[in-house]
Each structure stands twice: as C-alpha cells, then as structure tokens.
Design a protein around this ligand. Sequence first.
Ligand SMILES: Cc1cc2nc3c(=O)[nH]c(=O)nc-3n(C[C@H](O)[C@H](O)[C@H](O)COP(=O)(O)OP(=O)(O)OC[C@H]3O[C@@H](n4cnc5c(N)ncnc54)[C@H](O)[C@@H]3O)c2cc1C
Length: 203
Amino acid sequence: MDFFGDYVQTNTEEDIIAKTLIWTAGIEGSPIPGLKKDCMAPGNRIATDEFNRVVNYDSIFAIGDVAAMISETTPKGHPMVAPVAIQQGKLLAKNLRLLEQNKPMQPFLYKDKGSMATVGKNKAVVEIKKLKLKGLIAWITWMLVHLMSLVGFRNKFITLFHWVRNYFKDDKTMRTIITPFVLSDAKRKRRKQMEDNRKQESR
Ligand SMILES: Cc1cc2nc3c(=O)[nH]c(=O)nc-3n(C[C@H](O)[C@H](O)[C@H](O)COP(=O)(O)OP(=O)(O)OC[C@H]3O[C@@H](n4cnc5c(N)ncnc54)[C@H](O)[C@@H]3O)c2cc1C
C-alpha cells in the first residue's frame, strides 16, 4: 500500500481518494539473537511456561508483552497490556526468591481488574466488572488509576504537571514528519485524472 498525499494505492493497484491516511498496525517483539528458534511463539513473542520461564531453558525468564504463556485458557498468550506485565513482574520477583531458597515457584494467574481507555479530552470508557463508566467521570478515573500506578512521588508529580499543562495548552507534542512530501508529475497526472472521474460520476 502506498499513500500519495491525495490518494491511496492498495496492493491490488486500487486507488482510493483520501487526504488522510490512518495507518494502524499490530506490534511484535524483536527476536533476541542466540535464543533457540523453538522457543519463539507467533508475533515474535517468547514462549514461556506458567512461571514465565522460557521454554527449553532453565534460567531464562520473559515477562510482559514479549512473553507468550500459551495454555488451554490462553491459547494466544495473555493480552499485551500493562496489568499483565506488572503482575508477571511482581510474581517473577517472588518466584526468583523462592527458586533461590529451593522452594516450588508459584504459577501465574492473571487477575483481570477491568479495562479502560481514553478516547480524547474529557472522554474515556471504563469497565470494571459490572461497573461501566463513560465521559468525564471515566476520564478522571483513567487518570487517577494511571497516576497511582506510577512509581514514586516524583514521577506522579511530573506526570500530573504535564497533564495539567497539556490540558490548558491544547498543544500536541507528537508531530511526526517523516519525509517531505513531493508529488511527482506522474502522480499529479493520476490525481487529476481521478478527480475528473469523480466529478463526472457525481454529475
Ligand atoms: C500505543 C499504545 C497504547 C497502549 N495503551 C495501553 C493502555 O491503555 N493500557 C494498557 O494496559 N496497555 C496499553 N498498552 C500496552 C502496554 O504499553 C504494554 O502492554 C506494556 O508496556 C508492556 O510492558 P513490558 O514491560 O512488557 O514492555 P515495555 O513497556 O514495552 O518495556 C520494554 C522495554 O524494553 C526496552 N527494550 C527493548 N529491547 C531492548 C533491548 N534489546 N535492550 C534493552 N532494552 C530494550 C524498551 O525500550 C522498553 O523500554 C499500549 C501500548 C501501545 C503501543
């Protein structure tokens, strides 16, 4: 697929007039050189057992997004979200101590505390068991939960400061320009042709 500023060309050579292209794609892990290929799961995640131990290794562990704990209840591994990473991190710290003491490790069981997402200023959705919130109240809940999850007072304070500043400044810091866009003659001609076709169709 290619985007030419005014139209999108699909991999089947179909042209779609569009001034904005929103590209969404999944994420995948980057394989670690040296790890055996048979411990890799789909999406370049690392297959682990219920203790986050990389399969076919005794002393290598993987947690969070990169870990695929494939089981009957989680055939595709756990969802790649922060609570999974946090809970696995805490349990692994505990398990490493147990391992040191030659005690049996505890298997990982994900506690799904609910889902929340912001969808703009003053807008969010929250679902915690049967409780469903939306709008401003959900947005405040989202902020409180995320703020409390940050480690240390300093991080919490700096994040809150940035949020308050951004709220009033309305200035998006993420402004990515990858390359200057230059429309070639051929593309300009094609765009003109498409616009003419569109005008003719609408008559
Ligand atoms: C756009 C976006 C929005 C998201 N929104 C949410 C959300 O609302 N709620 C939610 O729960 N989850 C959300 N997630 C998912 C969440 O961010 C992840 O699940 C979580 O961060 C996983 O934590 P992790 O520690 O496994 O990995 P990460 O947080 O990705 O940490 C991995 C770290 O390892 C570093 N690293 C990578 N390779 C190397 C290397 N070779 N050497 C040294 N360091 C390396 C990386 O730089 C990174 O700092 C979102 C993810 C994205 C991309």
